[in-house]
Design a protein around this ligand. Structure first.
Ligand SMILES: Nc1ncnc2c1ncn2[C@@H]1O[C@H](COP(=O)(O)OP(=O)(O)O)[C@@H](O)[C@H]1O
Ligand SMILES: [Mg+2]
Length: 287
């Protein structure tokens, strides 16, 4: 290997991933008082991040030893200033970025190990971006169908039924035949959520889903996300600046800065009694 890489690799040397049962016990002991999640005896985290490091171009270290466990059905909101590594962490979870070091396990299966089927992984992880990324030439319904038919190989009629069901769930039953350009940004984002949910992923990742929206359209998207959190039992990791949503919907809030998880806890604890002064400064809560 070239000499200049060696130094970086040594910095990033991390222990092996913990065995599943030990990881579950450790995560339980760590998270029990930090989350409203209803812990079930013997349950394992659905997402496990151990010693995650990400360096761009061999020098810019963007994530430093991030450790985070997410439980089945838990809603985790990630807060933090711009550039703190929130998107990079989410993108590592579905391997849109390749971690430099560390482990990510989904349902105890190490996705950072060699030979992971990335397409299969991404079927299981729904992602909603700030930019909705809908196909402009397809209708709302067709946008929600296409992953189901092309990736899951579902028959068209079945995919259509599911698409209509999911569009109805996001309040867009009457917009099924509209193209993205005929929809507001908020409606487009709700189509994007319907599209992700229609694949029935185990985990949904949201990266600032309302940041590109006009203020009056934010509410509708947050309502759809809240409904998903409260009524579907979906595991959700949500990067957002919507403090109201975090406070009301999150089981746990994670504050990141400088590529580090600075603090995490139940929303009322983090918002009303932040332990770290940087968290307090960020949420405007210095007493
Ligand atoms: N592909 C990339 N190449 C180089 N630097 C990057 C890349 N993607 C992100 N970064 C840098 O990583 C840091 C964290 O970015 P990001 O994860 O997008 O933060 P956040 O989502 O919290 O705003 C930023 O300094 C950003 O410039
Ligand atoms: Mg980001």
């Amino acid at each position: 290997m070239p000499k200049h890489q060696k130094h970086t690799l040594e910095i990033h040397k991390v222990p092996d991933a913990l065995p599943a049962d030990e990881a579950a016990r450790t995560a339980y002991a760590h998270d029990l008082n930090l989350s409203h999640h209803h812990f079930v005896e013997g349950e394992h985290p659905i997402v496990r991040i151990e010693h995650l490091n990400k360096t761009f171009d061999g020098e810019t270290q963007v994530l430093r030893d991030v450790n985070l466990d997410v439980w089945p059905g838990e809603v985790v909101v990630v807060l933090g200033p711009s550039g703190s590594g929130k998107s990079t962490m989410l993108r590592c979870i579905n391997l849109l970025e390749t971690p430099t070091a560390g482990h990510i396990l989904i349902e105890d299966k190490e996705i950072t190990a060699h030979g992971t089927d990335v397409n299969k992984l991404r079927q299981n992880l729904g992602m909603v971006f700030q930019q909705f990324n809908l196909f402009p030439h397809l209708t709302a319904k067709e946008n929600v169908m296409i992953g189901q038919t092309k990736v899951l190989k579902k028959p068209k009629a079945e995919a259509e039924k599911e698409a209509l069901k999911q569009l109805e769930a996001v309040g867009l039953a009457d917009r099924a035949d509209f193209k993205p350009a005929q929809l507001s940004g908020g409606q487009q984002q709700r189509v994007a959520i319907a599209r992700a949910v229609a694949m029935h992923p185990d985990v949904m990742l949201f990266d600032e889903p309302t940041s590109a929206l006009d203020p009056e359209l934010v509410r509708g998207v947050l309502d759809v996300m809240r409904d998903l959190a409260e009524n579907s039992g979906m595991t959700m990791i949500v990067v957002t600046h919507e403090m109201g949503f975090a406070r009301e919907v999150a089981d746990r809030v994670v504050f990141m800065e400088g590529g580090v998880v600075v603090e995490q806890g139940k929303p009322e604890d983090v918002f009303d009694h932040p332990q770290n002064e940087r968290t307090a400064a960020f949420i405007g809560n210095i007493k």
